[in-house]
Write a protein that binds this ligand. Sequence first.
Ligand code: COS
Length: 396
Amino acid sequence: MVVSIAPSGPSLKLSEEQESIRQMARNFAQKEIAPIAAEFDESGEFPLETIKKMGRLGFMGIEVPEEYGGQGMDTVAYVLAMEEIAKADVSHSTIMSVNNSLYCHGLMKFGTEEQKQKYLVPIATGEKIGAYSLTEPMSGSDAGTMKSRAVLSADGSHYVINGTKSWVTSGPVADYIVLFTMTEPEKKHNGITAFMIDTTRPGFVRGKKEPKLGIRASATSEIYFEDYQAPIEDVLGEVGKGFKIAMTVLDAGRIGIASQALGVSVAAYEASVQYARERMAFGQPIGSFQMIQQKIADMKTRIEAARLLIWNAALAKMAAHENGGRYSTEASMAKLFASETAMYVTHQAVQIHGGMGYSKEMPLERFFRDAKITEIYEGTSEIQRLVIARNELGLR
Ligand code: COS
């Protein structure tokens, strides 16, 4: 692949396949998602119909090999599609990101053949919905301190899981969940194990949906385990290696979140350019005023820089796939910069639109509310800075 980078600069030459998924995502997002986004934001209803359609088009398993029901494409294709979906609606892109990165990526990397057949294929084909559950009420950034427990049964055939997990994206609707819980608490990080959870089994209980500031159509909830019995075949990876699995998967997830931050930034930016050309004040379009021009210039520059960091992270992930190694710094830099860009750009977009930016008549206030989550989930901006600095300084 020729590495082309920014669309406005020396261009990353996309392959036919990458260009075609971008185009397909753009068409679908603008035709099917953009017109309903405001309504689903208002009602908070889960957009099951469009999510199922996205699944049928292959958007839920873009990097999953075709033999497991996916598209067998690369990470560049994934970030291009994510940007387009997020440009129409961040909620839809959140559901897509969890299915692709947090769920499918972990299963592909650590799952057995049986687990892939049972748990990967139906998610990659979009037939079912997946989720990832690490956070608990008292452990978010400090992911190693969880209170939930899995205890091996006397006959060694299954684990009995108890505890509460929180902030589970797609928790109210997920069919299958990648769960991280403690099997040997005295070992701290090295006592965490990952499990595949089938939500139809007894002992799995869903909590109420969280009322949220933004991404209101993406359903989030607590989930409870009450003597849930997980057969030992449902352990994902090795017992005690769950923390590393969780972190490895989050590296992939953070590239997805960065791409959705980019998508919402582009949407807010394009609306602002159009408004600055059309809106008249003091006898001229507001775009002729230098204070507006400064905002447009800074928005555009940050967007292009975010895109370069995302493509860099996507290429680093692809290289790691070929050669081993980690791409944590690249993923964290992309997420940190793109999410802060999304906050900056959507904030300036509301300002450029004035009263109309604050009104629900236009999508700017939704973009602004939706952008905020990208600085919080899958590791706050503070955690991304910590990851980058620790890696650079060789600290732990
Ligand atoms: N990939 C693979 N392994 C990783 C890793 C990664 N990205 N990051 C850490 N590890 C490994 C370390 O190498 C270490 O292994 P060893 O014990 O064999 O040396 C182990 O995991 C523990 O790492 P560390 O000591 O750095 O853990 P900390 O508790 O200090 O946590 C942070 C590190 C804070 C970076 C981590 O807990 C984190 O990312 N927290 C945020 C979690 C998050 O994003 N939550 C949101 C959930 S989704 S809404």
